[in-house]
Design a protein around this ligand. Structure first.
Ligand code: SAM
Length: 237
């Protein structure tokens, strides 16, 4: 372990496949691709395994923002921090004066803080426990002119694994439209991390008229893992 803090009961660091619940075993087998420093004592809740952005993908997204973030934007707000996959990559990239990370599940937030310590970036991050929509409106609104929002929402709802085209209208608990409306009311510079099979027609409907909106696939070992849509003045791709 990186330190001697106590993990909440729902947080684990599995060392042996025999300890790992069956539905997580495939993820655990890829643990070093998810967090290269896994053996330093990375913490995850059982649910967080399904949503964490693998480290090479998180690093690539962070690198694209180093090169292509809009000028004058020095704050990155990761509104769904989860166990810290993206937050850590953004903090490591050295691009941002400050990274703000919001997570509503207290145990998952503790994982993110702990994992950020393992990666030596905890001092670059300000953490918030709670609902990102409320926190943006009530606590972070003064930062809006300097901020970029990154959002990796839960991909719940029908069909993420089974459907050839993922319906972003029925994505749960937040539809694409809800995410777009909430975040674009805060800043026009927004990046959403979505399933690789996301319906491109639905994405196009949210793109502002006469503005370049980039969609980028992120691949590992020759297969797309996910895509990002960049709204605003990004220079990526
Ligand atoms: C897909 S995971 C994020 C994974 C993260 N990018 C990572 O690499 O670890 C989505 C997270 O959003 C959190 N969440 C859901 N609704 C939220 C809300 N309204 N405000 C803040 N966090 C929320 C969930 O608890 C979950 O941990």
């Amino acid at each position: 372990m990186a330190d001697d803090e106590e993990a909440p009961p729902e947080v684990h660091h599995y060392n042996d496949i025999h300890e790992v619940p069956w539905d997580i075993q495939n993820y655990w087998a890829q643990r070093y691709r998810i967090f290269s420093k896994y053996d330093d004592g990375v913490w995850l809740t059982d649910d967080a395994w399904f949503g964490v952005t693998p480290e090479p993908v998180a690093n690539q997204i962070a690198a694209h923002l180093v090169e292509g973030a809009p000028t004058g934007r020095s704050i990155l707000i990761d509104v769904f921090a989860g166990a810290g996959g993206n937050t850590i990559a953004f903090a490591k990239s050295g691009k941002w004066k400050r990274v703000y990370a919001i997570e509503k599940n207290p145990a998952v937030l503790q994982c993110a803080k702990h994992n950020a310590r393992i990666y030596g970036v905890e001092n670059k991050i300000t953490w918030f426990e709670g609902d990102c929509f409320e926190i943006l409106k009530n606590q972070l609104k003064d930062l809006a002119p300097y901020s970029v929002i990154f959002a990796s929402p839960p991909w719940g709802g029908p069909g993420y694994r089974s459907d050839t085209v993922f319906n972003l209208r029925t994505m749960e608990p937040y539809s694409l439209q809800k995410l777009y409306d909430e975040y674009s009311a805060f800043t026009k510079h927004v990046v959403l991390y979505l399933p690789r099979t996301s319906d491109v027609k639905q994405l196009a409907k949210t793109a502002p008229d006469n503005r370049k909106t980039t969609v980028m696939h992120y691949c590992m070992e020759g297969a797309s893992k996910a895509l990002c849509i960049f709204y605003g003045d990004f220079n990526v791709g």
